[in-house]
Design a protein around this ligand. Structure first.
Ligand SMILES: NC(=O)c1ccc[n+]([C@@H]2O[C@H](COP(=O)([O-])OP(=O)(O)OC[C@H]3O[C@@H](n4cnc5c(N)ncnc54)[C@H](OP(=O)(O)O)[C@@H]3O)[C@@H](O)[C@H]2O)c1
Length: 254
């Protein structure tokens, strides 16, 4: 439960080995040494994330199994996470996602459908399960890691971009549906963030770090924001990009 200063007592990260997810959990947990539950597929990668979160001052940190591609398990995952936390869950971070390989996935194979399943179907299922738990508690926040790639989908990465556009719209609608329930939903739209997801790729303009995303996320929650861009200037950039004619927009590189 949040204290009088708004500091959280517990955080659940779905996609528990995400570098951005771990940075957000650490930033949220630090003031009160909050409990952090990291839920994901791979124990050793979550172990590394758990170390990061502990190092910045979280209290108890636990890991548990979660697969975004198994929607049938999500209700139980939420119940188990609440049990492990031993208290209400204050913040659920939807941090899982795949970037994919646009060229290879366009050419064929299962990659495009796998990406859409994880990034969109998984987010819908896990988002609804999280919302139901928080609504039952009567309080809590969901942080959904979207992307500027979903604001206007580009030819160069339209498989990933469209999955983020879909999940972004879903979480905006979910937030509206939670009005008056005590549950707050905040969509975070980072630009290029240096993590293992983008390893080996050249920095895009205004590239940023997981820590910067975490600070902006915590500030956004404190201010009751429904949408956060990181860095904030990207909002203005995309206000222009949104109106570029398609023949120009389709030539914007990845
Ligand atoms: N990095 C960027 O530039 C950037 C920019 C904008 C938005 N984002 C979004 O921010 C979120 C976090 O990304 P990140 O940069 O922190 O990348 P990351 O470190 O690669 O984290 C992505 C996480 O998703 C998990 N995941 C993938 N499929 C899953 C599944 N089926 N079930 C459960 N977990 C699954 C991965 O777990 P495993 O360890 O099991 O593979 C990994 O921990 C993603 O949604 C991403 O799209 C990233």
């Amino acid at each position: 439960m949040r204290d009088a200063l708004g500091a959280v007592g517990s955080v659940l990260v779905l996609g528990g080995s995400s570098e951005i997810g771990a940075a957000i959990a650490g930033e949220l947990a630090r003031p009160r040494s909050a409990v952090v539950i990291l839920a994901g597929r791979d124990d050793s990668r979550m172990g590394a994330a758990a170390e990061t979160v502990r190092a910045v001052g979280a209290g108890r940190v636990e890991t548990m199994a979660f697969d975004a591609d198994d929607p049938g398990s999500h209700e139980q995952v939420m119940a188990d996470a609440a049990g492990r936390a031993g208290q209400d869950i204050d913040v659920v971070v939807i941090a899982f996602g795949l970037l994919g390989d646009q060229c290879a996935d366009e050419a064929g194979g299962p990659g495009a459908v796998r990406l859409a399943t994880t990034n969109y179907v998984g987010a819908v299922s896990a988002g609804l399960a999280a919302a139901r738990l928080l609504k039952k508690q009567g309080h809590g926040a969901i942080v959904a890691l979207s992307s500027v790639a979903g604001e206007r989908v580009r030819r160069a990465n339209f498989i990933y971009g469209s999955s983020k556009a879909g999940m972004d719209g879903f979480f905006q609608g979910l937030g509206d549906s939670m009005a008056g329930t005590g549950v707050h939903v905040m969509v975070v739209r980072p630009g290029f963030v240096r993590t293992k997801m983008t390893e080996g790729l050249p920095d895009a303009p205004m590239a940023t770090t997981p820590d910067a995303v975490a600070r902006a996320t915590v500030k956004g929650l404190q201010n009751g924001r429904q949408m956060v861009w990181v860095p904030a200037q990207l909002r203005l950039v995309f206000a222009v990009f949104r109106h570029l004619p398609r023949p120009i927009w389709r030539r914007v590189p990845a």
